[in-house]
Design a binder for this molecule. Sequence first.
Ligand SMILES: [Zn+2]
Length: 172
Amino acid sequence: MSIWIDAGHGGKDPGAVGKGFLEKDQALTVALAIQKECIILEKKAYLTRSDDRFVSLPNRVTNLKKDDVFISVHFNASQSKTASGFEIFAKKNPTLEIKQLQNDIHRNLLILNKQYNIPDRGKKFADFYVLKNSKCRAVLIEILFIDNQNEMKKIIGTNYYKNLALAIAGAI
Ligand SMILES: [Zn+2]
């Protein structure tokens, strides 16, 4: 089993934009941190991108094998600028194994995010390209709202990303 950590967006695609923050950069920082914690836990972990480059959606999922795990890392944004919280997506009509992975990560993030006052938006289901086209267990995590300045203030200058990476790596 290999763990594939997928930093959303990259290169010409910045993803969501917050005040002073780009989704593509924050997602890469989180993905690198998750890989590091996986390796410490002696799990094989790879990145779909390890620097600021554009990778097409098909190329992100093309190397997956059936018993792999795919974790896509994204940050949310909202018209309201005050929306907050984390959510974890799986594809619609997921297998039990996918549901289990979603549950395990959700449980760990719930414990962590209580300490940082980041609300739970729940477990959700949507046929995003990388979820629908992964031939293995796959989830997509919206870490928090990058365009909500109050939410970003909760984590900047803290150990949040390290703790987040530990919570996710420990759930796989
Ligand atoms: Zn995104």
